[in-house]
Write a protein that binds this ligand. Structure first.
Ligand code: NAP
Ligand code: GLV
Length: 369
């Protein structure tokens, strides 16, 4: 919204003045003369400035009511240099996982009161640097859990039953007859699923797996509550056992120092040659070179990635030459409803932070201690 429009809004809809304007009177026309009696009641210009790094699928009104809002107009993210410029003199930043919010940027944004990310993962943000200067960081947990679990399931099914290969086979005119050995894959029903990280999304995937009578193994840094394990029918095991016994392995941990390249050659060497790996968490959790070797040497049968390292995957990546790999462009949460909920949650976090209220979904609540 430009500042002219901000001003128009402010003038045409002042908050109800105590007197002499009765509440039923229409808003005054925009002209200097009739305005003058109301001038003492005009709201102050928006006290806050915020920068939003992309157009969002949500109504920004709650934000416009308290802030002057600048939105990055491009479809591509602002380059880091532009973000550095923008962050000077703003009170709030609404960012996406494609924005690098590092120590330097946080330092430059001296006036920042809040950083709100429209994503549940926040590995692109230097959280210790934000916490050190008591800057609350918001994210959007929960509202995208089912959408992401749905995509995970779609990838698992597509990789098992070779849906993408089958579509290409059909379109390229190779379908000449029904064949007993055409495009065979493994059973999903009653197979063993290994879930790495049984958090919100991991649990939602486990619930889907129950419908397929799967045996569910999981690993995390801490075992879950026994009641949760029982309700999901999930058994806690070490990563090694999970890798050695699972027919499908699906990754749902955040990206951290511990999980960076958690999947590399030693892990692929332990997996079944018939196993399929699904990654809808973060690209760098899987070492792409090791994955390429595993897929070409037959250490594992297939893989499906919604996230890659780097993103987007370079068009000359050797991974893209493999027919036993599916790659989608980081669309885990891409249902219309989930993206709307994420945007609204990110706006709510931003508004709370500007007002000095506790963020409803804060990554670093230590800032309030
Ligand atoms: P969550 O509820 O925090 O779950 C993460 C789980 O990972 C927790 O159960 C945690 O349990 C476990 N974990 C953390 N570090 C671990 C480690 N070193 N080894 C094994 N387990 C570990 O998060 P979520 O909402 O499910 O989201 C998970 C991740 O999915 C996000 O961080 C994001 O990167 C990704 N994501 C991707 C998309 C997409 O579009 N593809 C969409 C949404 C989310 P312990 O603490 O007990 O270890
Ligand atoms: C998407 O990847 C998210 O973290 O929300």
């Amino acid at each position: 919204m430009n500042s002219k429009f901000e001003l128009t809004l402010s003038i045409s809809c002042p908050p109800a003045p105590p007197s002499p304007l009765p509440p039923h009177l229409p808003c005054p026309p925009i002209s200097p003369t009739p305005l003058s009696p109301y001038l003492p009641y005009l709201p102050k210009m928006s006290p806050f400035k915020v920068f939003v790094t992309r157009h969002l699928p949500a109504d920004l009104d709650p934000l416009h009511q308290i802030a002057t809002v600048e939105i990055w107009p491009e479809r591509q993210p602002p380059p880091y240099g532009s973000l550095l410029e923008k962050v000077k003199g703003i009170d709030g930043l609404l960012c996406l996982l494609t924005d690098r919010i590092d120590h330097h940027l946080i330092e430059v944004g001296v006036q920042l009161k809040v950083v709100s990310q429209m994503a549940v993962g926040y590995d692109n943000i230097d959280i210790p640097a934000a916490t050190a200067r008591r800057l609350p960081v918001g994210h959007t947990p929960g509202v995208l859990t089912n959408a992401t679990a749905d995509l995970t399931w779609a990838l698992l099914m597509a990789a098992a039953r070779r849906v993408v290969e089958a579509d290409q086979y059909t379109r390229s005119g190779q379908w000449t007859t029904w064949r007993p050995d055409l495009l065979l894959g493994p059973d999903v029903t009653a197979a063993t699923l290994g879930i790495v990280g049984l958090g919100r999304i991991g649990q939602a995937v486990a619930r889907r797996a129950r419908g397929f009578d799967m045996k569910i193994l999981y690993t995390s840094r801490h075992p879950c509550h026994p009641e949760l394990e029982a309700s999901l029918g999930a058994e806690f095991v070490g990563l090694d056992r999970l890798l050695q016994t699972s027919d499908f392995v699906t990754i749902h941990t955040p990206l951290s120092k511990e999980t960076d390249h958690l999947f590399s050659t030693p892990q692929f060497e332990q997996m079944k040659s018939t196993a399929i790996l699904i990654n809808t968490a973060r690209g760098p959790i899987v070492d792409p070179d090791a994955l390429y070797n595993a897929l070409t040497k037959g250490q594992i049968a297939g893989a499906a990635l919604d996230v890659t390292d780097p993103e987007p995957i370079p068009m000359d990546s050797s991974l893209l030459t493999l027919s036993n790999l599916i790659v989608t462009p980081h669309i885990g949460s891409a249902s219309r409803q989930a993206r709307g909920r994420m945007a609204r949650m990110a706006i709510a976090n931003l508004v709370a932070g500007l007002k000095g209220d506790r963020l409803p979904n804060c990554v670093n609540p230590e800032v309030y201690q």
